[in-house]
Every structure is written in structure tokens, then in C-alpha cells.
Design a protein around this ligand. Sequence first.
Ligand code: ATP
Ligand code: MG
Length: 314
Amino acid sequence: MPDIMAIGDIVVEFLGTQLNQSFSETGSFDGPFESGSAAIFVDQAARAGVSSGIFAKVGRDGFAQLVMGRLQKDGVSLRGVKRSERTPTGANFVTYNSDGSRQYIFHYANSAMGEMGPEDVEEEMLDGCKYMFFSGSNAMATPSMWQASLRCIECAMERGVKIVFDPNVRAELHKGSLKELWEPLISCTSIFLGSESELMALSETQSVEQGLAAAHFCEMEIIVLKYGAQGSRILAGGQDIYIPPYHVDETDPTGAGDSFAGAFLAQLCKGEAIERAALFANAAGALHVTQPGPMSCPSYEEIVDLMERQKGGN
Ligand code: ATP
Ligand code: MG
């Protein structure tokens, strides 16, 4: 069974071609691109050389063929992927603003992904697994999807599989107190990856230091704070290390965080030290943003090559 598992979104994404493009006016979009934070995460783990798999639900359509074809080519196990006879594969639309922010429209709730429930979780796939990844962008797409996530948490905990959580907060999907909503997940998390604002939002604190000291967060094994082009920060075992970025020309930032997470966990699976694993993950995230499309996951060789070219980061 795979070393790394994830649950959630095998979806496609359509990318607005103009900066500041409005959804309320006719415009052009590129796509479909393979997407879904969980799918990008497992794709990157497989590309980095570690066995990975995903619990997900897709429709019987071309979108599913597109994403499943890519995941299969990259070596991700699709045994945990179920088919809906009723609903299509999930999709989202994204546009970029000139200040770097993004706007989304998600077609998740009425898709195959939103239909997923606890009965779709083939728990044997967690036998021997080391890490189970959850992304906030899909864990709560619908009440049944949240039940599927809770089932996964339970099955992972029973087997001693470590819980990894990246909230991927999206204003369009998340309403209300995130701390309260995600308490069942946060309280079991061993490895947290997010931005400083996500840490503060989830801990309902006013500063990063307060967030790191908040209930549950102060007990986590590893906390990773991601800073886009500025690199990342790792807090683990009493150590607090800034991980410098690799320098690249950014084309499309979406998905870099999932690529970072997949690369980081893959290296931890191989027994790599945390700081080295984080440098590798920074390089994966950097290469990811040089290509268009959210699933532009670099190979192990491409990542090592960038690390060699920009020795030890900058
Ligand atoms: P997303 O939610 O879109 O997947 P994120 O906000 O979770 O992304 P980022 O901080 O944007 O995550 O990116 C993750 C990591 O990828 C960063 O910590 C950094 O190491 C690397 N990275 C991202 N953007 C760049 C960039 N422009 N230049 C160099 N490295 C980058
Ligand atoms: Mg993210």
C-alpha cells in the first residue's frame, strides 16, 4: 500500500487569461488543467519517488480522464478513486488580480467530489501508510465529504498514520469560525503547513507567535510556514529554521503549496532530515511556479538539478 495518502479533490481548473478578469463579464479561459490540492500533493510525492495514492470521487467524463491519466502516468495509485454515475467531475475557475490575489468559483458541492462519503474510503489502503494528507479546500466541500474526511482521520489514527494538514483557506469556500469547524482535524494534526495568516485564523490569535503557542499547534511535531517567493520557515523539535527560497521567474503560483507539501513529505518518508527536506520542498515549489497550470510538479531530477545550480538556496 502507498506510503503517502490524501483525500479529496481530483478536479479540473480553468484559468482566466487576463489580469483582473471579471467573472461577471464574458472572457476567455485556458484549460481544462489537471487540479485539486490533494491530487497535486500526491502527484508531487510520486514525482519525487515515493508511493502515493488518493481517496477521491470523479464522474464518468473527459475531465476525469484528463486528471486520472496524468496521475496514472506519474505513478499515483488510483485504487481509492470511486466513480459517480450521477454527477460530473468537480471543476473550478480562477482569475488573478494585479496585486497577486486570486478569485475563484468552485463547482464542488454538486460534483462527484461533493458526493463522496465515508463509504467511499477504502481503509485498507492506509495499512502501512506513513502520512495522510488533508486539504481544507476540499475537506468540507459538503457534509458527506467532511464525514469521509472524519472517517479517514479515524482510520489513520487507528493505524498510527501521521496526519498532515494544509488548510488552503479560500474565502469562497470557508465561512464562520475555522478554528471551531476544523477542531477535529487540527487536534489530530502532526504536521501543519500553511501561511502565517492561516495559522492566525485557525488558532484565532492576533500574532504568529501566539498562533504557534495556541492549543494543539504548540504540540504539533512540525509546523511549516510558507512565504511564496520568500521561502519557508520550519518549527520542529524546538528548532526554528528559516529556509531560503530558490530564485525563479514566476508564471503561475497556484499549486506551489501542494507541490511543496508533496515534496517535503516524500523526503521525510525517505528518512531525510527536516531542514534538507524543506530545502528540497522549496525547490519543488519554485519550479512549480515556472510552469502554467496547477499540477506542474517537477521530477526528482529537476528538483535536485535546481538545488545544485543554486547551492543551498540563496
Ligand atoms: P497554493 O495555496 O497556491 O498552493 P501556498 O500559498 O500554499 O500556495 P506558497 O507559499 O505560494 O504556498 O508556495 C509554497 C512554496 O513554494 C514557498 O514556500 C516557496 O518555497 C515556493 N515558492 C512559491 N512561489 C515561489 C516563487 N515565486 N519563487 C520561489 N519559490 C516560490
Ligand atoms: Mg496553500
